[in-house]
Structure formats: structure tokens, C-alpha cells
Design a protein. Structure first.
Length: 339
């Protein structure tokens, strides 16, 4: 980090004492999703490059293996990195303790900035304090809107999950839904819980919550199928990610159910499913934009002292609905992997 960067002492969380930790290099971190691939992709991107000094940014998320949502986040981060002359090192682990260790790895490598998701903020609090003590600016993205200021992050880019959930519930009221099941693929993830809670708050029918193991798609499929067979009154399955929505469509068929499927988040296959009618609608939080703004925000802070929202307000990237009325406009970008 450029130690002459403007300070944020009044917004930083209390400093947490540094403890001794065995450090792994970022290129060989404890995640199967890390490092080299992201660097190579950024270097190969055909985008004009800034002439500012090279800086290193670590992007550390709670991505689970196989969750394609994060491919889009990563693409956005890589595009910003290529433009800004940034070396991007990506790593991820759905286990909160392991994710915290990945952040510690970034601190040990003396990166110039860290972008992090806060799916389980309590587990990240101490290590974020260590980054701040080391003088490394930290921004949040995707998960943690309720906690980023309390933890002293510089900026936050993402969606208000409670607001998105409430909008989702209102949308369901227009579809004729009477009984829904909201499928949570990661227990303890605050953002996912906020989504279902928001839906329940505004939906006028009956809402049930179903927990599934999001790292095991066959299990997700069978669990949703069993629920639909058990309760034929369920007329809509609400999922919290595109891969789970596509799996839920299979579950509906397996269970002989007439339930509809609606979801949060997009990928190119999900967009096709909206086009062909197997998915009712989706809420888009623009993950490409989240990755892009997180990296670009750190570059702007180092090189010009800027921070979006003045360190007080988040930058909201959603929610926006994608349904039959507008899906064809989105499909062009989804095919490129940027929506």
C-alpha cells in the first residue's frame, strides 16, 4: 500500500492485535480456486492499461466449488485489473475459518489492497482488523452490507439482500403464488437468510424454509424433490442462486409437481431457462459489476484518494428483475459471461 494514502481513522474498526500465523503464499493458498488462473486471464484481457505503478489486489470470496455465480464476479475483477495495471490474486473457500486464513495470507504477502466477501462477518472481523493494522485498505462486495461499516471497510459494492427479498416477495404476489419453499444452500450465510426473510416479509402466502447442502447438487436435487412430494400444496420453489434454480427445475419434474421456480441471481443457462419458461423470473445483482468496482475502487483509493459513498453509503448493484419482458436484452451479455 502507498503509505501516503488518505487515512480513515474515524471509520476504521478497532485495531486487533497481530498474532503469529503460519503463512502460505497466495499462489499456493488453501483453495482450489486461487491465484494463477485469475492473473493469466487478467494479463490476456484486451483492455487499455493504466500507466500507474503496478499494484497487487487480493480478492477473497466464499465461493463454493461449482458455483458459477463467482465466475462472473471474477470476470469483472479481471477486467478492472487489466485496465488498472493491477495484479489480481483470486482465492476462495466456503468455510469461514479458511476464508479468514486466505485473507491472512494476503496480509502476509503485503498486498496493496484486499476485496472480501462477508458471508459470515463474525469470522472475518479479527483478520480484517489485522489488515487495517498493516495499513492495507479493505473493501467489501456481495455479502456483508449490514456489517461492512462496523468492520471498518473502506467501501461496499453489492445488493441489499433484505430489500431484494422484499421485492421478490412483492413480485410473487403478482404471479398467483400461494405457498412457497425458500431453499437455502448454505446455513449460517447471513445474506441468504436475509433474502428468505425479506421474501417472507412481503409475500402474502405461506413461506417455508428448506436447507440443502449446496456443495452436493445430487443431494440438493433429491432434497427438493422429497419436499415437493411431501407437500403438493407448494406452488413455487424459490432458490438463492442460478445453479440451484436449474436443479430445482429437475426436482419439479422428478416429483411430478406443478410448482414454478423463481430465483435470485443469473448465469447464461439461467437466462435461457427464463427465455424458455422453465424459470419464472430472476433477480440480478450484477456480480460482474461487483467484482469490477471492488478492484477499481482499491485502485482509485491508492492513486487518487477516492472512496465511493464517502465511506458511509454502499454502492448498490441490485436488485433488478429479469423475466420474459426483458430477458432477451440481458441474454446477449449473459452469453459472454458478464451478466
Amino acid at each position: 500500500m502507498d503509505r501516503s494514502s488518505p487515512s480513515r481513522s474515524r471509520r476504521l474498526a478497532p485495531v486487533v492485535a497481530v498474532t503469529a500465523a503460519a503463512a502460505l503464499t497466495l499462489a499456493g493458498c488453501a483453495s482450489a480456486h486461487g491465484g494463477k488462473k485469475a492473473e493469466e486471464a487478467a494479463q490476456n484481457a484486451s483492455v487499455g492499461k493504466a500507466d500507474t505503478p503496478r499494484m497487487t489486489v487480493a480478492l477473497v470470496t466464499h465461493q463454493a466449488p461449482g458455483d458459477t455465480f463467482w465466475d462472473t464476479v471474477r470476470k469483472g475483477a479481471e477486467a478492472a485489473a487489466a485496465k488498472d495495471n493491477v495484479k489480481l490474486v483470486y482465492s476462495a473457500d466456503p468455510n469461514a475459518g479458511n476464508q479468514a486464513n486466505l485473507v491472512q495470507n494476503a496480509i502476509d504477502q503485503k498486498v496493496d489492497g484486499i476485496a472480501v466477501t462477508l458471508a459470515k462477518p463474525d469470522a472475518m472481523k479479527a483478520v480484517i482488523g489485522k489488515a487495517q493494522q498493516a495499513g492495507i485498505p479493505v473493501v467489501g462486495l456481495n455479502s456483508g452490507l449490514s456489517d461492512w461499516k462496523q468492520l471498518g471497510l473502506l467501501e461496499f459494492f453489492g445488493q441489499d439482500e433484505s430489500v431484494a427479498g422484499e421485492a421478490f416477495g412483492d413480485k410473487l404476489n403478482t404471479t398467483g403464488a400461494k405457498k412457497i419453499v425458500c431453499v437455502i444452500q448454505e446455513q449460517g450465510n447471513v445474506g441468504l437468510t436475509q433474502r428468505c426473510d425479506g421474501v417472507k416479509k412481503t409475500f402474502k402466502g405461506t413461506t417455508e424454509t428448506l436447507y440443502v447442502n449446496g456443495t452436493d447438487m445430487p443431494s440438493v436435487r433429491s432434497t427438493i424433490t422429497a419436499k415437493l412430494k411431501q407437500d403438493s400444496a407448494i406452488d413455487t420453489v424459490v432458490t438463492l442462486g442460478a445453479p440451484y434454480a436449474l436443479t430445482a427445475v429437475q426436482s419439479v419434474d422428478d416429483g411430478g409437481s406443478k410448482a414454478k421456480v423463481a430465483t435470485f441471481d443469473l448465469n447464461k443457462d439461467l437466462v435461457k431457462a427464463v427465455q424458455n419458461g422453465s424459470i419464472e423470473f430472476a433477480v440480478d445483482q450484477q456480480p460482474y459489476l461487483q467484482g469490477y468496482l471492488a478492484v477499481d475502487g482499491l485502485w482509485l483509493y491508492k492513486n487518487n484518494g477516492n472512496y465511493s459513498g464517502g465511506g458511509v453509503q454502499p454502492v448498490l448493484t441490485g436488485p433488478a428483475f429479469v423475466d420474459k419482458s426483458n430477458v432477451d436484452k440481458v441474454a446477449e451479455y449473459a452469453a459472454k459471461g458478464t451478466r
